[in-house]
Design a protein around this ligand. Structure first.
Ligand SMILES: Cc1cc2nc3c(=O)[nH]c(=O)nc-3n(C[C@H](O)[C@H](O)[C@H](O)COP(=O)(O)OP(=O)(O)OC[C@H]3O[C@@H](n4cnc5c(N)ncnc54)[C@H](O)[C@@H]3O)c2cc1C
Length: 297
C-alpha cells in the first residue's frame, strides 16, 4: 500500500529539525533511516502530515571514543557500528549491530531512530540498558541528557517531547575485567528476535563482582532482571549459581504468547539465552576474543 500523502521537509541541522517540528505541530515526524516509520506509513498505521528528513544533516553520524565513553551520533547506521573497531574493544555493541535484520536494514537504520522507536523487540535498548547509557536530546528549548533507563516508558513510548530529538547516544566504556555478550533467537535474519538476552559481567577469578542482565522481547519494554543479577553478584560462577540465575530470569520474563511461541516457551528460551550469554561474557571478561552470532530457528 502507498502511504497517505505528506509534506516533505529537509533539515540542514538538528536544531533546524527541532524548530520545524515545533512549528509544524503534532502531525510532524522526523525521518531517520525510515526502517520503522516508512513500513508503518505504508500500512497506514502512521499518517504524519509532515516529514522532517534528518538524512541531509551533516555531522550527525559518528562514533567517537573519548574520556572513557563512546559517543554515537543519532544518525549513525547499524552497519557503521558493525564495521567499526568496537568489534574488538566493545564486542557486545558489535553483537547487537551485526545481528539486526539484514544488510539492507542495517545500512539504513540508525541507533537514534531505534531508541526513539522503543519497539519492545528492538535490539539496541536491550543491549544498552546493561551499559551506563545516556541520551543527549535537543529541542527548541535547549538540550537535556536523559539516562536510558528513564527514557523508554512503555511499548513505542519515550519521554521525548513532540519537538525533541535524540542527537547523541553516550555509552560509558566498561571497566577492566568486565565482559559482555548479546544473543538473540530469531526465525530468520530479516525479522525481530523471538527473545534476546544481554549480559555484562565484571569477574575476578571465578567470582562475579558485578552483573547487568536485560531481557528483550519478553515484556512491553526491555526487562532488567535484577533478581538474576543479585543471584550472580558476589557468587562463584558455577552450575549452581547459573541455575539460580535461570530461575530468576524465568520469573522476571513477562512475555506475550504469539505466533513465535507460547509465554512458557519464551520464558524457557530467554533463560537459555542468558545462560549462553553468561558463558561468553565470562570469557570476554577474561580477555578472550569470542565471536558470537544470533541463533536461528
Ligand atoms: C524488515 C525489518 C527487520 C527489522 N529487524 C530488526 C531487528 O531484528 N532488530 C531491531 O532492533 N530492529 C529491526 N528493524 C528496525 C530497524 O532497526 C530500524 O532501524 C529502527 O527500528 C528505526 O530506526 P530508523 O533510523 O530506521 O528510524 P525511522 O524509521 O526513521 O524512525 C523511527 C521513529 O523514530 C523517530 N526518530 C527517528 N530518529 C529520531 C531521532 N534522532 N530523534 C527522535 N526521534 C527519532 C521517527 O520519527 C519515528 O517515529 C527492522 C526493520 C525492518 C524493516
Amino acid at each position: 500500500m502507498y502511504p497517505r500523502s505528506f509534506h516533505y521537509h529537509r533539515a540542514n541541522s538538528l536544531q533546524e529539525a527541532a524548530t520545524m517540528l515545533a512549528q509544524l505541530g503534532d502531525d510532524a515526524k522526523v525521518l531517520a533511516g525510515g526502517q520503522s516509520l516508512i513500513p508503518l506509513m505504508k500500512l497506514r498505521f502512521a499518517n504524519p502530515t509532515h516529514l522532517v528528513d534528518l538524512n541531509f544533516v551533516s555531522g550527525a553520524a559518528y562514533i567517537k571514543g573519548e574520556n572513557g565513553a563512546w559517543r554515537f551520533g543519532a544518525l549513525t547506521r547499524h552497519s557503521e557500528i558493525e564495521k567499526s573497531t568496537l568489534k574488538n574493544s566493545f564486542p557486545i555493541i558489535h553483537d547487537c549491530a551485526a545481528g539486526i535484520a539484514d544488510v539492507q536494514v542495517r545500512n539504513r537504520g540508525t541507533i537514534g531512530g531505534s531508541l526513539a522507536e522503543a519497539d519492545p523487540s528492538g535490539d539496541w535498548a536491550t543491549v544498552l540498558l546493561t551499559q551506563n547509557t545516556e541520551l543527549r536530546c535537543l529541542s527548541p528549548r535547549g538540550e537535556r541528557t536523559i539516562r536510558l533507563d528513564k527514557f523508554i516508558t512503555d511499548a513505542y513510548t519515550t519521554v521525548l517531547e513532540h519537538d525533541e530529538l535524540v542527537c547523541e547516544v553516550v555509552v560509558k566504556a566498561p571497566e577492566k575485567g568486565s565482559g559482555g555478550a548479546y544473543l538473540a533467537f530469531k526465525r530468520s535474519a530479516p525479522v525481530y528476535p523471538t527473545a534476546s538476552a544481554a549480559v555484562q559481567l565484571t569477574v575476578e577469578g571465578d567470582i562475579c563482582k558485578d552483573a547487568a542482565i536485560t531481557l528483550g522481547g519478553v515484556g512491553l519494554v526491555p526487562v532488567r532482571a535484577s533478581e538474576a543479577e543479585a543471584a550472580l553478584r558476589g557468587h562463584t560462577i558455577d552450575s549452581k549459581t547459573i541455575r539460580a540465575v535461570m530461575e530468576a530470569v524465568h520469573q522476571a520474563a513477562d512475555p506475550q504468547p504469539d505466533m513465535r511461541g507460547s509465554a512458557e516457551y519464551k520464558r524457557s528460551l530467554v533463560a537459555a539465552l542468558v545462560k549462553r550469554a553468561i558463558g561468553v561474557a565470562v570469557e570476554r571478561a577474561r580477555g578472550k576474543q569470542v565471536k558470537v552470532s544470533h541463533i536461528y530457528a
